[in-house]
Design a protein around this ligand. Structure first.
Ligand SMILES: Nc1ncnc2c1ncn2[C@@H]1O[C@H](COP(=O)(O)OP(=O)(O)OP(=O)(O)O)[C@@H](O)[C@H]1O
Length: 409
């Protein structure tokens, strides 16, 4: 069946309605996020009202608009609607079209009419009864009426500018509008876990900036492009995301030269965290996010987290802390980052990871080894070399096929 071309989409707010006096803030933010997500549909108009958000399509492709809408956090459900002239025959035709699309087995239904245009000839009760009767007649084998718990509720709204019909309720992304929970710096590697952690943070309303450490010539241009492309995937949930690349080669080489092997990983991570915190402080970030999950690898034991976090008092938040690897992979597949994450490009940590890092590093020792280094100078030079780029939804950076071949050969 050809795709139905709808006229309006009505959006229901999720958890927003429980947020009391912050509600206005949340609604304004959601309205802006929806506008941002639909910015290239020039005819679309978005009205964020206190109870509902209305998207007027003005001829824009409703299927494409709904696909975008499904990625906007803060939306509980939405319903596409058809607009017809104020004429009962037109209402019948539209209702029939909606039901045809939805009914695939014997189902129950009811008609629920609201009227803000009181000049319209038919009353709400009459509309419910007449339209219900028409639909029963059109779908005798498939429809029966149930006014208490119908499978399908055909809602008819008689407004001044026409009659609107809707029957489908589509699940939205849930969560809170991005930007309502403050800004965080996301430590994004090219791996599986940190993109999932980023997705979960965005889902709770955090606006993120990505911090990515790279170490040329030990890591390739492709590794950097992969982290950017992952950011492009995640930007679909946020409109756009800033990507900050931090050169890490000098720090890694110096640490490798001066620090005993068992502490290479701990000291490198302490540098990463210090740099991320410094960027947060400069850019009004309130917390650091990473993709650590408890006990997965040596750097992710509690002892290790404690030894690394000692360098800051800024909160370090770990959205996937308690997830199993299989659960993380499932989300990565759902958000379409998995295939990118498993591309075989070396990350800066893989290159410099010692064969047996300490799983229970000692904070005093880590600090002692750092006292042999010019920590401030190394930090300063890394920060002087950062590059910042705004990455948009779906932006691509890898020419995958060619490059995979090139790397594998
Ligand atoms: N090159 C990097 N740039 C930015 N952050 C990084 C980098 N490498 C690691 N991190 C951060 O440290 C976390 C732990 O990294 P590690 O490599 O130990 O674990 P991981 O479980 O493989 O994580 P991931 O799958 O996200 O790479 C990552 O989730 C990420 O937040």
């Amino acid at each position: 069946m050809a795709q139905l071309q709808y006229d309006e989409i009505m959006v229901r707010y999720g958890e927003l309605s429980t947020k009391g006096r912050n509600k206005k803030n949340f609604i304004d933010r959601l309205g802006n996020n929806v506008r941002k997500a639909l910015h290239d549909f020039s005819k679309v108009k978005v009205h964020a009202n206190p109870d509902r958000l209305h998207i007027i399509l003005n001829g824009a492709d409703s299927t494409a608009v709904m696909k975008r809408l499904k990625l906007v956090f803060g939306i509980q459900t939405f319903s596409p609607s058809l607009r017809v002239e104020k004429d009962f025959a037109a209402v019948c035709q539209a209702a029939k079209t909606l039901i045809e699309k939805q009914v695939d087995r014997p189902m129950t239904f009811k008609v629920e009419t609201k009227r803000s245009d009181h000049d319209f000839a038919m009353g709400t009760f009459e509309m419910n009864r007449e339209l219900g009767g028409y639909l029963l007649q059109e779908f005798p084998e498939l429809l029966t009426v149930d006014v208490h718990q119908p499978d399908i509720e055909v809602r008819v709204e008689v407004r001044l500018n026409g009659i609107f019909l809707t029957s489908e309720i589509i699940k939205g992304a849930g969560g809170l509008p991005v930007g309502t929970a403050g800004k965080g710096m996301m430590m994004l590697s090219g791996g599986i876990d940190s993109p999932v952690a980023a997705y979960l943070a965005l889902k709770r309303g955090v606006s993120l900036e990505m911090v990515h450490f790279y170490s040329p010539p030990y890591t390739s241009e492709q590794a950097l492009a992969k982290a950017k492309e992952l950011t492009g995937k995640l930007a679909q949930y946020a409109g756009s995301i800033r990507f900050i690349q931090v050169p890490f080669t000098e720090i890694q080489e110096t640490v490798k030269e001066k620090v005993p092997e068992g502490y290479l990983m701990t000291v490198q991570r302490r540098f990463m965290l210090r740099l991320a915190v410094e960027l947060a402080n400069r850019r009004r970030g309130l917390a650091i996010f990473n993709g650590e999950s408890l006990g997965q690898v040596a750097s992710q034991t509690m002892e290790s987290m404690r030894a690394i976090e000692e360098v800051t008092n800024m909160p370090v938040l770990r959205p996937v802390l308690s997830y199993d690897k299989t659960e993380i992979i499932k989300i990565a597949e759902d958000i379409d980052t998995y295939e990118l994450s498993i591309l075989p490009y070396e990350d800066c940590c893989t290159v410099f990871t010692p064969p047996s890092p300490k799983t229970k590093p000692n904070m005093a020792k880590a600090a002692k080894y750092e006292s042999w280094l010019d920590v401030d100078g190394l930090m300063e030079r890394a920060l002087a070399g950062i590059q910042i780029e705004e990455i948009h939804a779906g932006q691509e950076f890898l020419n995958q096929n060619e490059d995979i071949f090139a790397e594998l050969l």
